[in-house]
Write a protein of this length. Structure first.
Length: 284
């Protein structure tokens, strides 16, 4: 199946998706969100989903997934490092996550991910790379990432911001000992933000795996969910499109994209406008 499940919306009590006041239980305790995560994972697995996306900054998403994984040996796990969760399980925290793409953070967070996921970690991505990220030029970091790749873990990156295409193209040029370092790219592509499309097509043509995130534009496309996800699936570069569902009903609606005609309306926004709107969304 080309649809994967992302746990960003249910691994922590606060996130920027619209409608979270309706989607999550009133009590956003660790136990409540663990139960919701497992409910979603069960429903996704039953429907045929076999790729799950988490990250160090998604609160306890890795922990919730790790507890569910036994008995689901055919599930592929991707996680991300580079942000540290700082909200302390609060929705009203001043700062929810802190970004750092240094070698020290990589080594610390890789150890944390492996402590939870062990050998189930298949893909490890740098989280939210932008063109100015030191992750694109730090040769010490590149050597460490190549060492991880040598153990059989695919090394990739996710990108964000209005210059996603530039970050992707820079990443495609990074090599260690003459070999491409980044074998996977995760980027935002949706009906409102299509600017990364040409660069993602280049990555795909070069043999890199492409994962599409935020196909629902953090809930802004909720009224068009199946057709919006179908539009992402229709892109020739898209290997996997993530559902960020917070309820089983949302997940099932997202999965209907597999038999739905894609939305073909051309209502894309300018990248700077789209990302400015996204950055203004409240954590809730």
């Amino acid at each position: 199946m080309r649809i994967g499940l992302g746990l960003a919306a249910v691994g922590r009590p606060g996130y920027i998706n619209l409608g979270r006041d309706r989607d999550l239980p009133p009590e956003r305790s660790v136990a409540a969100l663990r139960a919701r995560s497992h409910e979603l994972l069960d429903a996704a697995y039953e429907a045929g989903v076999r790729y799950v996306d988490v990250a160090r900054s998604y609160g306890r998403a890795e922990e919730f997934l790790a507890a569910w994984l036994p008995g689901h040996d055919d599930v592929v796990v991707g996680s991300k490092w580079g942000y540290t969760y700082t909200a302390g399980w609060r929705v009203d925290a001043d700062v929810h996550e802190a970004k750092d793409h240094s070698p020290a953070t990589f080594e610390r967070q890789l150890a944390e991910s492996r402590a939870l996921l062990g050998g189930r970690l298949s893909l490890y991505q740098i989280h939210s790379v932008t063109p100015d990220s030191p992750a694109l030029t730090d040769r010490t970091l590149h050597r460490l990432l190549a060492g991880l790749a040598a153990t059989g873990v695919t090394v990739g990156l996710s990108v964000s911001g209005p210059q996603q295409a530039s970050a992707i193209r820079s990443a495609l040029r990074v090599e260690v000992d003459g070999e491409p370092l980044f074998r996977s790219v995760q980027a935002t592509w949706n009906l409102l933000e299509r600017s990364a499309g040409p660069a993602l097509a280049e990555a795909h043509a070069d043999g890199r795996r492409v994962i599409v995130k935020e196909a629902m534009a953090n809930g802004r496309l909720a009224a068009r969910d199946a057709s919006a996800i179908a539009a992402a699936l229709a892109q020739p570069f898209a290997d996997v499109v993530l559902s960020g569902a917070a309820t089983v009903a949302q997940l099932r609606s997202n999965l209907r994209a597999l038999g739905t005609a894609p939305d073909l309306r051309d209502d894309a926004e300018r990248p700077d406008e789209y990302w400015r709107t996204r950055s203004s969304l409240a954590w809730s």
